[in-house]
Design a protein around this ligand. Sequence first.
Ligand SMILES: [Zn+2]
Length: 147
Amino acid sequence: MSGNTVTCPYCLLNTSGDEPFGGWVYRDDLWLVHHGPIESSRPGTMKIISKRHYTDFAEMTPDEAASLGSLLHMLDAAMRAGTDAERVHLVSTRDRVQHFHAWLYPRPASHSLRGTDFLNAPQHSEPADADRAAQAVRHHLTVTSPG
Ligand SMILES: [Zn+2]
């Protein structure tokens, strides 16, 4: 059950050596994090991708399952410090790309919508704003993570 790692876009992104838009915000032995695409993400939106090819939470190794909590803890703090987010929304459907990934959407206090109404509303970024937000989140990860 090796999965379709040859054609999977996230496996290809991991192994290609290509940098996603805004660069890698975070990477370690298990996880990759980068800014969401500007055509569908507000500034500061992050996508977490597992390095290993699998689809569901239940397929995680114990290390993957344990470290996801720490990663979310770290990203929530960095996104709220580095953007105008009052709250960070977590979404993971894996219905289109069946390689584990999760989206973190920063919701500003000033935004008129909440919850799924906020998530369902169109989102986009100007390239400079997304790049600045990616740098700010990366900066706050650097100064708050141990080692
Ligand atoms: Zn994959």
